[in-house]
Design a protein around this ligand. Structure first.
Ligand code: KG4
Ligand code: ZN
Length: 359
């Protein structure tokens, strides 16, 4: 089965072609340069850029996979969660293509894409490290720019959010602290590089929610603590700012401790067979290593996407979720006039699929 999938939930215009669960092409056209000077995503600029780039992204995905639009069996696109203005562009494109070629259409929850990303196979149909159905139930830790979720995953399609952020997401904290330090946008990859050059322990920061008994996260307090600490440090140390490396190391340490701490608490409470990791922040190598080390002592396998491009926003993971949805059939798969009735849902929650409200 050939799937063409689209994601325009935030600031990446992405289109991918899959053959079943194998990602044949995965085109990601980033708008980072456009939003950099604002230090974050500007929804109206994102919408315009998606409109300008979507056709080229779809054509490129088809070209790289040596597939024609007529050969696609199923079209899929993200319906939520995400920025309303941005979601609309990709969703409409997917619906229009399905109607034009008279094929089924599958609306996909963006967080389900992140959750399933470790299942993706490469263009040759291989991924020896992918999870299997024997590993269920699993806990998914999804860490992105807008979400920090712990999801009890009984099986594919059966999800319950058991922990989430009460305010800012972890990725948002990376972006905001990078902005305070004038490091650029997006903050996560830059802070990761700076942290490698620094030493932990010079500027200790609080570990968010370390003492709370629940499975929720909170990163806005850490952000405020960073703001005060940076002001304090700046008055003490003038340039050159070598202290920034150490500061980034301590900031990353605080985030890692918070995420690993809650994951440990979670697997103490829930009997599971493995851990699924997904979302942009999961591309952080130090974070992945610490999670693996923590889970090793519990002999729990940790599954990550085979390629970091599948961690940050991309349509490959949306196509993968579509592959599994298609196997589950109705009510996930739409045909004919019903396709047009699917609306975006910027606040869609993964706990209750499908969260689609026909208009
Ligand atoms: O999943 P994603 O691409 O988009 C959303 O769905 O939000 O995640 C984007 C977030 C950004 O906040 C970015 O700073 C963060 O992921 N990020 C990272 C790294 N790469 C991206 N955070 C920490 N370390 C990284 N290497
Ligand atoms: Zn995402």
């Amino acid at each position: 089965m050939r799937i063409l999938a689209i994601d325009t939930s935030c600031d990446e215009t992405s289109a991918a072609v899959l053959k079943d669960d194998a990602v044949i092409s995965n085109v990601v056209s980033s708008q980072v340069d456009l939003h950099r000077k604002w230090g974050g995503v500007v929804p109206d600029l994102a919408r315009r850029a998606h409109e300008e780039n979507i056709d080229a992204a779809v054509s490129e995905a088809l070209k790289r996979s040596h597939t024609s639009a007529q050969e696609i069996d199923v079209f899929a696109a993200t319906y939520g969660p995400g920025l309303a203005l941005a979601l609309k562009v990709g969703l409409k494109k997917g619906q229009d293509l399905a109607i034009k070629y008279n094929k089924p259409f599958i609306p996909i929850n963006h967080m389900e894409g992140h959750l399933l990303s470790a299942f993706a196979k490469n263009a040759n149909g291989k991924n020896p490290k992918a999870p299997t159905t024997r590993d269920f139930p699993m806990i998914a830790l999804l860490v992105s720019g807008k979400h920090t979720d712990l999801v009890y995953t009984k099986e594919i399609g059966d999800y319950t959010v058991i922990g989430e952020t009460l305010d800012d997401a972890a990725g948002e904290a990376f972006d905001k602290v990078a902005r305070m330090l004038n490091l650029g946008y997006p903050g996560g990859p830059i802070i990761e590089e700076f942290a490698k050059k620094g030493k932990i322990g010079r500027f200790p920061l609080p570990v968010p929610m370390e003492k709370s008994d629940d499975l929720n996260f909170s990163f806005s307090g850490l952000k405020t603590a960073c703001l005060y600490k940076i002001k304090d440090i700046e008055t003490k140390y003038k340039s050159p700012r070598f202290w920034v490396y150490d500061f980034c190391a301590d900031f990353l340490e605080s985030i890692i401790k918070s995420l690993v701490g809650k994951l440990n608490r979670c697997v103490t409470q829930y009997q599971v067979g493995g851990i699924l990791l997904g979302g942009g922040v999961i591309s952080n190598v130090a974070l992945r290593k610490r999670i693996r080390d923590a889970m090793k002592t519990r002999t729990l396998p940790v599954f990550t996407p085979y390629n970091p491009i599948l961690c940050t926003d991309n349509a490959g993971m949306i196509g993968l979720a579509a592959f599994f949805s298609f196997k589950r059939k109705a009510p996930y798969c739409f045909t004919g006039d019903a396709i047009q009735s699917i609306d975006r849902d910027p606040a869609a929650c993964i706990s209750h699929l499908p969260v689609i409200h026909p208009t």
